[in-house]
Design a protein around this ligand. Structure first.
Ligand SMILES: NC(=O)c1ccc[n+]([C@@H]2O[C@H](COP(=O)([O-])OP(=O)(O)OC[C@H]3O[C@@H](n4cnc5c(N)ncnc54)[C@H](OP(=O)(O)O)[C@@H]3O)[C@@H](O)[C@H]2O)c1
Length: 267
């Protein structure tokens, strides 16, 4: 899919989870700011999103792949390599949660969540980091969550998966500094996307009644932090940033009880 501008003069960015939500908005910001894109998703919305993004004048390559599968990660990376161009920015953003009591949730589903939220990030980052280090330039943005800063009962596997992502990003950042590559982690608070509905959490306080951060605002905060080479940024409004600050001091047990009140479908 091509726009009108010559692709050779534009930097190239990869965005996973670009078919909807925060990832789509991040891809949009990159497109508007002159990047060509490799835009990935799992559903057919990926092609629709790519067509919309191409309207901003750049080249957009849509890749549909299940990142919970190792082959899916390799498919995405092959698509980047096939461009034959250096990757200037990589946004590793695809992810999901699963709501419900751990006693009831499906183990295979949870292991697949770890494959997506944890394993695929490490797998794709290996390719991206080696590629960017070889070119001695590049920016990586890894989506974590405010959930990385607390235990998340009734999404018991999700929070720890994002805690991994955050610490992984911060560690990788330190290593890649000397190679001219910056790594930023984005920690959104609850954000208006399909995320909670897909996690089966519409019957909780995270359902449609909750006031959530704008996905456009969250994406803008992530994009600017990545372009500035910052280590981490909280995605969301003042109240979200205040909560993030509070989480540095509150005991984990208290934060767990507070999250349970919001995420337990029986309350
Ligand atoms: N929304 C929030 O409240 C919130 C808060 C903190 C952090 N986050 C993080 O933000 C990131 C984006 O979430 P979002 O809010 O934008 O949710 P979303 O609207 O549900 O978007 C999720 C994206 O990930 C893709 N994806 C999901 N499973 C996949 C798989 N197995 N293989 C490949 N791609 C897959 C989806 O692709 P398809 O739609 O094509 O399947 C979609 O593009 C996630 O990492 C999430 O952990 C979200």
């Amino acid at each position: 899919m091509s726009g009108t501008a010559s692709p050779s003069h534009r930097p190239l960015a990869l965005v996973t989870g670009a078919s909807s939500g925060i990832g789509y908005e991040l891809a949009l910001l990159l497109a508007v700011n002159g990047f060509d894109l490799v835009a990935t998703g799992r559903s057919e919305d990926t092609d629709k999103a790519a067509a919309e993004l191409a309207a901003y004048g750049g080249e957009v390559k849509a890749v549909r792949a299940d990142l919970a599968e190792s082959d899916g990660v390799e498919t995405v990376w092959r698509a980047v390599e096939e461009t034959g161009r250096p990757l200037e920015a990589a946004v590793l953003n695809a992810g999901r949660s699963i709501g419900g009591a751990f006693l009831d949730t499906d183990l295979d589903d949870e292991l697949s969540l770890i494959d997506l939220n944890v394993t695929s990030v490490v797998h794709l980052a290996k390719h991206v980091a080696r590629h960017m280090a070889a070119h001695r330039r590049g920016r990586i943005l890894i989506t974590s969550s405010l959930s990385a800063t607390l235990p998340t009962p009734y999404e018991t596997v999700y929070g720890p998966s994002r805690a991994f992502t955050r610490m992984f990003a911060l560690g990788l950042r330190e290593e890649l500094k000397e190679h001219g590559v910056s790594v930023t982690t984005l920690m959104p608070g609850a954000t208006d996307s399909d995320f909670h509905a897909r996690a089966g959490m519409n019957n909780t306080a995270f359902g449609p009644g909750m006031r959530k951060n704008s996905r456009k605002d969250v994406a803008r905060q992530g994009f600017l932090a990545m372009m500035d080479g910052r280590a981490q940024v909280v995605g969301g409004d003042l109240a979200t940033r205040r909560t993030a600050l509070e989480h540095r001091f509150l005991p984990e047990t208290l934060k767990a009880a507070r999250h349970a009140r919001l995420a337990d479908p029986r309350r």
